[in-house]
Ligand binder design. Structure first.
Ligand SMILES: [Zn+2]
Length: 249
């Protein structure tokens, strides 16, 4: 999971979403609101393409799932489930792009909250996932830094799905190679090739691994975190390489 910036919707879509929400709000009981929300969402053809376009634009890489970062995001997920909060069914700020596995097999209608009723899951368009989760790069496994991070690990099965864990280990190896290739291409003056390496690196599945690498390279414990991989740490802290990959000034 990586921090994402929410895109703007076309004006016409915003108006339609408001109309749907108004219709749900006009229902007089909570039960009727849930029923109407479900019906309207099932027949939402007029807004679905615009929502998917905007979510795909916001998502990591080529429209990857905003939760696992691995599979193609195919479903519009309600962060706060419509069965719990029907009035947020057509709330753009409540829509995230999820793969069908995360949506249907993992999250379903789960929405853990703390003792005060605040959501425990991290919405990557509102909060920085790095504050809640730390990736152990050589293992490909996440460790929780907060109860919110633990809720994400549990609900999305971030460490229980071998495809994700093995995929992160491989993504780490691939990213290390890409850093080396970028350095070689840049030293040779092959700037188009270096630019392509950056673009492809960010478009690959599991871009959370690359985010974690750059983040952890700047931590006080970086020396320990990259023990035995000092050459990788040196590349991650190379100002020219950081500028190329992170567009830092
Ligand atoms: Zn997913």
């Amino acid at each position: 999971m990586i921090r994402l910036r929410r895109a703007a919707l076309p004006r016409g879509t915003v108006t339609k979403l408001e109309e749907y929400t108004g219709e749900i709000a006009r229902q007089t009981t909570e039960k009727a609101r849930k029923t109407r929300a479900r019906e309207l969402w099932g027949a939402r053809r007029s807004v679905r393409p615009a929502l998917l376009d905007a979510l795909s634009e916001m998502a990591p890489g080529h429209a990857r799932c905003m939760y696992c970062g691995d599979s193609q995001g195919t479903d519009i997920d309600h962060f706060d489930p419509k069965s719990r909060t029907p009035l947020r069914t057509f709330d753009w700020l409540n829509h995230l792009l999820a793969c069908s596995y995360c949506n249907s097999n993992q999250k379903r209608s789960l929405f853990p909250t703390d003792g005060d009723g605040a959501p425990l899951l991290v919405d990557p368009t509102l909060r920085e996932p790095l504050d809640h989760l730390r990736l152990v790069l050589p293992l490909g496994e996440y460790r929780a830094r907060t109860p919110q991070g633990q809720a994400c690990i549990d609900v999305f099965g971030l460490n229980r799905r071998p495809v994700l864990v093995k995929g992160r280990v491989d993504a780490y190896a691939t990213a290390r190679h890409s850093l080396e290739l970028w350095r070689i291409a840049t030293d040779r003056g092959q700037h188009d090739k270096a630019g392509e390496i950056v673009r492809v690196s960010w478009n690959r599945p599991l871009a959370d691994v690359l985010v974690a690498m750059f983040h952890q390279s700047g931590l006080p414990a970086a020396g320990a975190l990259f023990a035995g991989e000092e050459d990788v740490l040196a590349l991650l802290n190379d100002p020219e390489l950081r500028k190329g990959f992170l567009r830092e000034p």
